[in-house]
Design a protein around this ligand. Structure first.
Ligand SMILES: NC(=O)c1ccc[n+]([C@@H]2O[C@H](COP(=O)([O-])OP(=O)(O)OC[C@H]3O[C@@H](n4cnc5c(N)ncnc54)[C@H](OP(=O)(O)O)[C@@H]3O)[C@@H](O)[C@H]2O)c1
Length: 278
């Protein structure tokens, strides 16, 4: 498998891309990075106004068509509604980016918050990949990016459910990479570390620990993911994050890794300025 160069990006991943969770942060960066390669983009998230502004800025900057679809990915049946809104437009590139992360001790936070995280982070990407992946496989080409996180590598106190959903995305992406490569469909589990998005900055007022690499620019994450799509089943974004995750996987026992990360998340999320979930 080889990466798509500028010239073959549109034939390989066209005619339309869909970014789920597009209105800000990494999703908005994906939408711009995809549009800059010449693909029209459908933009999905709950708030219409930021999507409309993003759509206008994409058309101004890259001259491609956009489609705004406002919808809540936690709602059952939402993927059917997205497909209806797309009409005849075929999706050749899917980025399943939206996530919800309830923050706090598992037993202290309501079950419906944990279930919402499963709906947005697990059921929605699963249903999107199933719906649009099937059409891509029939067409014999396409690309799917599922957003994961460094939290996928070990259980993580204070965001236990979120971390577990990110492990699901990573493992699903890798399985689909292997299943779909014979059908011409590239799949990538995009493993982001700390990234300076509005969501991250509201929930993370402090640097997680002195060993944490600095938060990445969302544009760097999106660019690296699109360059790596088609070359590997999954990839940690950013050299510093790759070094830290290699260190943790090779040198620490699971017990040590879990307790070390848990110390950092407790210090972080017990901070009075932290919003409990976004
Ligand atoms: N930022 C980080 O440090 C970091 C680190 C590792 C992994 N990641 C992963 O990267 C992805 C993006 O993270 P992020 O920090 O950019 O943003 P985020 O705050 O997790 O979500 C950003 C986007 O998702 C949309 N969204 C959230 N819930 C939705 C819902 N129920 N239905 C539809 N859209 C919804 C939001 O728009 P609306 O509010 O308008 O709906 C927004 O456009 C996530 O999958 C996250 O797990 C992020």
């Amino acid at each position: 498998m080889v990466r798509a160069t500028g010239r073959d990006f549109v034939p390989r991943y066209g005619p339309w891309a869909l970014v789920a969770g597009a209105s800000e942060g990494i999703g908005a960066a994906f939408a711009h990075a995809i549009a800059s390669r010449g693909l029209p983009v459908a933009l999905v998230s709950r708030r219409r106004q930021p999507l409309e502004s993003l759509a206008a800025s994409i058309t101004r900057a890259h001259g491609v068509e956009t489609l705004v679809i406002s919808g809540d990915l936690a709602t059952p049946g939402v993927v059917g509604e997205i497909a209806d809104a797309l009409g005849q437009r075929e999706i050749g590139l899917l980025v399943a980016n939206a996530a919800y992360s309830p923050i706090g001790r598992f037993v202290d936070s309501p079950l419906d918050e944990q279930e919402r995280a499963l709906a947005v982070n697990v059921i929605a990407p699963l249903a999107l990949a199933h719906r649009f992946g099937a059409a891509m496989a029939r067409r014999g080409r396409g690309g799917i990016v599922l957003m994961s996180s460094l939290t996928a590598f070990q259980g993580t106190a204070m965001i236990a459910t979120y971390a577990a959903t990110k492990a699901f995305n990573l493992v699903l992406a890798e399985g689909l990479w292997d299943e779909l490569r014979d059908h011409g469909v590239d799949v990538l589990g995009c493993i982001a570390g700390a990234t300076a998005t509005p969501g991250y900055l509201t929930t993370t007022p402090l640097r997680p620990s002195r060993f944490s690499p600095p938060a990445m620019d969302p544009r760097a994450v999106a660019e690296e993911a699109l360059v790596r799509l088609g070359t590997t089943p999954s990839m940690v974004m950013g050299r510093a994050n790759r070094a830290v995750s290699l260190f943790m996987a090779r040198l620490l026992s699971r017990k040590r890794a879990v307790t070390m990360i848990g110390r950092a998340t407790r210090r972080l999320y017990e901070h009075p300025l932290v919003e409990k979930g976004r």
